[in-house]
Design a protein around this ligand. Structure first.
Ligand code: AMP
Length: 285
């Protein structure tokens, strides 16, 4: 009998919903856990699920309580956990930034020299500052980091930022990035031969890859085809097909989702018409 793979998922917080949505999109058919139930399973794959706090996932994986887990890269780094990052998942993106009060003179990380910095990420902060030869006093706080300067607890903070609105609301200004984070799939170090782990990584990867791309279709006159294909930001070759109307072809290509907004007017300017973009469900290189 094959051993079932165990996967830890965030039980609450901002990574919970997107982690669950990714698993659903992957087709493994995860069974929704009941209220306050910590375990569940997948109907379509030999995977058991364990719901724990995102902060605890790195340790559960490191200690072999589970085979794999989904958590934030910042949490893996902060815990200094001995786990392998198997896949970046493209959600939960944020960065650990240093910030000071609006009226402070500091303009960059170098200006933190000799100052007191409040953070709930002391390990990453200490390592990132040491790497830059910056000596500062780090004050560990559990939460509400952004009010520390106002309380007189610190001169600066290092905290996770995605839009920057929390910093602004608290009268703070970012002066530098120490670490970039996103949700990751992690596995126990040295367990790469584990049944199902490679498959899970491949299946989740096919979804995260697909999400970052769009399938583009457009029609173009044959004599302008070269102009259109020249600006397509596609890896590999686009598909070109004759249409029933003579002298016109259909062009199909996979393009990065982030490029679509700037690409559409460029295509129109080169005579492309009937332009469609479609989401992609799965994509394997
Ligand atoms: P939780 O505290 O359970 O809501 O999850 C926090 C995790 O979500 C962090 O460790 C990051 O990996 C991720 N995250 C993404 N954006 C942010 C943000 N703006 N603030 C805090 N955490 C974020």
């Amino acid at each position: 009998m094959t051993r079932r793979l165990t996967l830890a998922l965030p039980s609450k917080g901002r990574l919970r919903e997107p982690a669950w949505a990714l698993l659903e999109a992957s087709g493994v058919d995860p069974q929704e856990p009941g209220e306050r139930v910590l375990q569940s399973h997948c109907r379509n794959a030999d995977i058991d699920l364990l719901f724990v706090r995102a902060d605890d996932v790195p340790e559960y994986v490191q200690d072999g309580i589970v085979d794999c887990g989904i958590t934030g890269l910042d949490l893996v780094a902060e815990r200094q956990s001995d786990v392998e990052v198997l896949l970046r998942l493209g959600f939960g993106k944020c960065s650990l930034q240093a910030a000071v009060a609006f009226e402070d003179d500091a303009t960059g990380l170098d200006d933190l020299r000799g100052r007191r910095i409040a953070t709930s990420h002391p390990a990453i902060t200490g390592a990132a500052l040491a790497e830059r030869g910056i000596d500062a006093e780090i004050v560990r706080v559990g939460g509400a980091v952004e009010i520390s300067p106002r309380l007189g607890l610190a001169d600066a903070i290092v905290d996770l930022v995605s839009t920057g609105s929390t910093l602004r609301t608290n009268g703070l200004r970012a002066i530098g990035t120490l670490f970039d984070s996103e949700a990751v799939l992690v596995g126990r170090t040295g367990s790469d031969d584990l049944a199902g782990r490679k498959l899970l990584t491949t299946v989740l990867g096919s979804v995260t890859n697909a999400r970052a791309n769009r399938y583009l279709l457009c029609n173009v006159a044959k004599d302008r085809l070269a102009e259109v294909t020249a600006i397509l930001p596609t890896r590999g070759s686009p598909t070109v097909m004759d249409l029933a109307t003579p002298g016109v072809v259909a062009v199909h290509a996979l393009v990065p989702a982030a490029d679509i907004w700037s690409l559409l007017p460029e295509l129109e300017a080169r005579g492309a018409s009937s332009i469609l973009t479609l989401p992609v469900e799965r994509m394997m290189p």
